[in-house]
Design a protein around this ligand. Structure first.
Ligand code: KMH
Ligand code: ZN
Length: 271
């Protein structure tokens, strides 16, 4: 399979005070996603913000953002159901009713920096079942070894019926595993046969661990959700330089970049 680049332009945490190029409003997100698509991204991982830039699961904002993106390019939209700190699970799960091609599924509750990221087992099972019913492909976000086991239990219970399973190995969240090559290797070695995966390395190790992930055969995610910097001390002036960097890395490792059609086929996305 060719390399899939996912752009994660916004995330739940950073503000324009942290990086003035952070896109937060629907038209800003659509601009950033279109530029990323033209640079090789096939998937857009989308978090929404309200008019005050706070994380939200507001369905109108989500719909407007999806429509704006859809008017500009055929990138595959992956809505975050993680949404952001303090947004109740009951609101977060409603986002899949908009039937994005993909959405994240966070299997376990955890500390996330200084806040709690609440993903109660019963709620996670209900959301997984609903995603399967709607044909929304889950991207399984695993922040620790036990999170992988939780996903495998969901699979064994029939709640993840669609192959291939797709994982994000998240490294460097305070509350999850540290961003080290050893931890990445441990996770990659434990993935089930045929799994599709990418590294999400948060912060300073974004480039190094993304590169190791690519060298190991993973996909790559790029964007201001995961790092605000292009180099130490140098803010990324938007998402495009980060996506271009990921595309250049993949090409230098002799990987072809997957377009949206190839990505949809490889992931067996529902239409
Ligand atoms: N922000 C990442 C550490 C989600 O959106 O559901 C995790 C993430 C989860 O992307
Ligand atoms: Zn996210």
């Amino acid at each position: 399979m060719n390399t899939v680049i996912t752009v994660a332009p916004t995330g739940p945490i950073a503000t324009k005070a942290d990086n003035p190029w952070l896109p937060t409003q629907p038209h800003e997100i659509a601009d950033a996603v279109e530029a990323a698509f033209r640079a090789g991204a096939a998937v857009a991982h989308i978090h929404l913000r309200d008019a005050e830039d706070r994380p939200t699961a507001d369905l109108d904002i989500a719909r407007r953002t999806m429509d704006l993106i859809g008017e500009r390019c055929p990138i595959l939209i992956q809505l975050s159901t993680g949404v952001g700190p303090g947004v109740p699970f009951a609101e977060r799960e409603k986002l899949v009713e908009l039937r994005p091609r993909m959405a994240t599924l966070n299997p376990c509750s955890m500390s996330f920096g200084n806040v709690e990221f609440s993903n109660p087992p019963t709620d996670v099972r209900r959301l997984a079942a609903r995603m399967a019913e709607l044909g929304v492909k889950p991207e399984l976000e695993i922040y620790d070894t036990g999170h992988l086991d939780a996903c495998l239990r969901l699979r064994d219970e029939g709640l993840l019926p669609h192959q291939p399973l797709q994982f994000s190995i998240v490294l460097g969240v305070a509350g999850g595993m540290a961003a080290t090559p050893d931890n990445l290797l441990t996770m990659v070695n434990r993935l089930p046969e045929g799994a599709v995966w990418q590294v999400i390395a948060v912060g300073r190790t974004n480039l190094e661990l993304g590169a190791i992930g690519l060298a190991l055969g993973g996909n790559v995610r790029a964007g201001l959700e995961d790092t605000l910097h292009l180099r130490r001390g140098v803010l990324a002036e938007g998402n495009l330089p980060l996506v271009e960097r990921a595309a250049a890395l993949a090409r230098s490792l002799n990987r072809d970049i997957a377009d949206t059609a190839a990505t949809a086929a490889a992931l067996r996305l529902a239409d």
